[in-house]
Ligand binder design. Structure first.
Ligand code: SF4
Length: 371
């Protein structure tokens, strides 16, 4: 069994640690690129959301490198993620690629099926390897997020242009080869210090923007056209409201034990949305309102074209924007998104935010949308 899986940002660093500990052969597909998108778009339904198209492209590239098994996650609630694995399997089957799928569903969906899916993964290394693999993967995931957060802080303050991105990429590659929790923690601390050392001591207070929206497009830099990097180099300190580690803890571990309640999100979204609408729709509305309370200058809402939960959120955001006095820019992405138009919107938004900061109270917040 040679396993491959779709990309979602730097999640591959945690997945390869887990599969390695479990004793499996695996193929990390090349990072998502124009070729991945072309492959995915060619074979996927036209109006399906971008994450599925890129996922199909990733799997095809993994198969080209010798993979015969795909690792996927299932999904719950009113969004298409739950159908992804079945749809991808059909698409690959039609292309003559008869590969096995291991689908990790939420434990509350169908525990017996989940158990049957996990068994082939664990059989080789046993429960001890599983426990070590999960611990290592979890530690790497936390380290990746800490490094990324540090880079978000340093980028608008850096003394040497582009040094942050280079240092972050180096640190992430370094993290991949570490095999113990102690080493990961130590290395993560050192690399964060290295990143912080790149910040200029007399940097101005940057504009602060929160990123809200659909989890895949927030985390996958190819899907969001390097949104965080672009904003950073426009002098913006970015705060990513989505954390994969937090999402896994709340929506998989705590919710399986019946211990997670979305009451905090519901309180923040009160008056706009009463219940989850699938995906991260409720989070988007709640987090935008929370960003305004925390004094952020603005919010960028990113979503794939035809994403149902985020379309609901997008309809609500103009009200949140004017009530909470926070400018919001909604960016819809798909395979037709052009870089130049994207960059122009970001520059105009950042310009609006800096003028708002200088203009003070007289400046009206705006909710802008671009697709
Ligand atoms: S949240 Fe949106 S983009 Fe993600 S799978 Fe669901 S519908 Fe597609």
């Amino acid at each position: 069994m040679k396993i491959t899986f779709p990309h979602m940002g730097n999640l591959y660093i945690a997945i390869e640690a887990l599969l390695g500990e479990l004793g499996h052969e695996f193929v990390v597909p090349p990072k998502s690129s124009k070729r991945t998108l072309t492959l995915g778009t060619k074979y996927s339904p036209e109006t399906i959301c971008l994450p599925l198209k890129l996922g199909v492209g990733n799997l095809l590239e993994g198969i080209e490198l010798g993979a015969d098994t795909a690792l996927m996650v299932g999904g719950r609630g009113p969004c298409r993620l739950g159908y992804y694995a079945a749809l991808q399997q059909e698409i690959l089957y039609d292309l003559g690629k008869e590969i096995n799928f291991i689908v990790l569903d939420h434990p509350k969906e169908d525990f017996t099926r989940l158990k049957s899916q996990v068994v082939p993964l664990v059989q080789k290394g046993g429960l001890r390897a599983l426990a070590k693999g999960v611990a290592l993967a979890w530690e790497k995931l936390k380290a990746v997020e800490k490094l990324e957060r540090t880079a978000h802080f340093v980028r608008p303050r850096e003394a040497k242009p582009r040094a942050t991105t280079q240092a972050l990429n180096r640190a992430l590659q370094e993290l991949r080869r570490l095999g113990s929790i102690r080493d990961i923690r130590r290395r993560c601390r050192e690399e964060c210090d290295n990143l912080l050392a790149l910040a200029s001591t007399n940097a101005q207070r940057p504009i602060k923007v929160g990123i809200v929206g659909e989890i895949y497009t927030i985390l996958e830099p190819f899907a969001n056209l390097d949104l965080e990097e672009r904003l950073g180099y426009l002098g913006v300190e970015v705060f990513r409201t989505v954390s994969l580690a937090r999402w896994l803890r709340n929506n998989v571990i705590l919710s399986s034990l019946g211990l997670y309640r979305s009451w905090k999100l519901r309180i923040n979204a009160r008056g706009y949305l009463r219940a989850p609408v699938g995906g991260h729709g409720l989070d988007t509305v709640a987090q935008t309102a929370a960003l305004a309370c925390k004094g952020y200058d603005g919010a960028v809402h990113i979503l794939p074209f035809t994403c149902m939960p985020e379309i609901v959120a997008q309809c609500v955001l103009p009200n949140v924007s004017s009530d909470c006095r926070i400018p919001v820019l909604s960016l819809v992405v798909d395979e037709h998104t052009g870089e130049t138009g994207f960059q122009t919107r970001l520059e105009a938004f950042v310009d609006l935010l800096s003028r708002q900061r200088k203009g003070g109270a007289g400046y009206e917040p705006a909710c802008l949308s671009w697709s």
